[in-house]
Design a protein around this ligand. Sequence first.
Ligand SMILES: Cc1cc2nc3c(=O)[nH]c(=O)nc-3n(C[C@H](O)[C@H](O)[C@H](O)COP(=O)(O)O)c2cc1C
Ligand code: SF4
Ligand code: SF4
Length: 251
Amino acid sequence: MGKVTAIYFSATGNTEKSLKALAEGAASALGAEGFEGVDVTCEPEPAPREFGPDDFVLFGMPVYAGRLPLAVKDRITGFTGRGTPCIVAVSYGNRHYEDALLELMDIARSQGFEVKGGATLIGRHTYGEIQVTRPDAGDLAACRSFGAQVALRKSEPLALPGNRPYRDGLLRGRFHPLTDESCVECGLCVRSCPMQAIGGDCRTIGEACISCFRCIRNCPVGAKNMDVPAYRDFAVMFSEKLKERRENEFF
Ligand SMILES: Cc1cc2nc3c(=O)[nH]c(=O)nc-3n(C[C@H](O)[C@H](O)[C@H](O)COP(=O)(O)O)c2cc1C
Ligand code: SF4
Ligand code: SF4
């Protein structure tokens, strides 16, 4: 048995949590000594890597507008397999995942992986107050058990939901965070922006911003915010619209 590797982009941590639970399940079923996590969130050009037929790989990305986030999806194209078994998983904020899982499967297959299973997993939405405690303990337990099940699956044809051509996706975000006077200029947001969109003054946000809100979630003093009426109104409306709980799906 080779290695188990979980490769993910995760701006606010939902994909990371879920993918790691899937990987834990796969590793324990395969008798591997744990797994390696490869986080490409802050890596514009990750080093290419090749996996063999005895390895097991998991790919995870969030859903942006029913697609993979277009500005960052190329971060996984340097990872290639030689018939390497894999799981593809997308994390989404309780609205829908539309074509994102299919797109991730297509990328994995085109890079030499054999996609043995797929999952669409709920995580707290970036905007508003939607499913704020997810993925929860039950979600993660379900991921562990699905990871174990897929790792032991025989090769069989797999169909995943979604349509080709894929729907239009998002290259840039519509909300650019603000910074209030409590900022202590620690530089954390500058270093950890997936798009390197925050200037050295810790305030200026460039056009590359994808509105992932990583800077808002991680600011130690709560200085980064989206406290403007247009966003507040949208967040209230959106939270009401998406309040009904959706469930994870495993394929
Ligand atoms: C720009 C943007 C677009 C999004 N589009 C969708 C969507 O189409 N459907 C959905 O259910 N959630 C959507 N979300 C919510 C994220 O998919 C969800 O919060 C996900 O769990 C984030 O994963 P992460 O924490 O790993 O970054 C969107 C979030 C952002 C920032
Ligand atoms: S993380 Fe917060 S406090 Fe630190 S530089 Fe960014 S906005 Fe300022
Ligand atoms: S500046 Fe934009 S892209 Fe960078 S972390 Fe903040 S919301 Fe995400």
